[in-house]
Design a protein around this ligand. Sequence first.
Ligand code: GLU
Length: 314
Amino acid sequence: MALENLPEPVITRFAPSPTGRMHAGNIFSYLSAWLLTKRVGGTVLLRIEDLDSSRSRAAYADHIKQDFELLGLLWDGEVMYQSKRWEAYEAAFRALKERGLTYPCFCTRADIHAASAPHAGEQLVYPGTCALLSPEEQSTRLRELQHDGRQPSIRLKVGYETICFEDLLQGEQHFSCADDCGDFVIRRSDGGFAYQLAVVVDDAAQGVNLVVRGTDLLSSTPLQIYLQQLLDLEQVHYAHVPLICAADGRRIAKRDHDASLEELLVQYKTPEGVLGHIAFIAGLINKDQALTTQELLESAQLSAVKGVKKITWH
Ligand code: GLU
């Protein structure tokens, strides 16, 4: 199987956040990225997304690299670390700021909730409160905040454009920046750069032209495409793979011990047993059997997850 419309030559990346060990869900998305790319002779890069220093741990980054090797999900070339990329994010941030596309935001999450009244499960849309502040009001609010030793977050203005893209697995997507998200944070109130900005700058710096990741990030993709357009960066192709969920519908997360790689190795005996089981429950292969990544390259049908958003773990 080869999915249509792949860029050529494909360059993708594994982009783990070192905040815990791997689990069935992220193993499935890394396996999908590797299969899609290696089947067409492409390149898989590794980027450790240790942007948030309060949650990232160097020990997890080391574990994650060992886990990739153990599973046979081998990457090509040097590893990139987001913690070393401050200057690149700063330059992109400055370019947006100098074009008058940003403003400081003093709202708390509770303020935004109160102003936009989202229904349960709906994405929070920023109502633009701080975009309306006069320069005098901005200075007063800034002084008050700094007096308390705090900083505002910085938001990027969005217009009324609709972002459309063809996801290789989930099909056509349409997203209204104003109605589905609103102006979004590109610099956090602790001074750190937001995921959306960093990921776009890094994908471009690494020459990534295919991003394969879980459907939990599908709603981030239009924001990233919007940033790519503003920063005049190459267009990236996207393939969002289904999330692996527990029987109650909840997405499997790093805290779910029974789906952690450690536990899976106990249950399925070998790295190949783990890969084969994950590929089987996702419907990529017909039999629950131990297979290496090379063997999966021959037999796995990634088109089986076209249009699928969730898979139940069992
Ligand atoms: N670092 C993110 C994660 O581990 C992935 C971000 C991405 O693929 O864009 O969930």
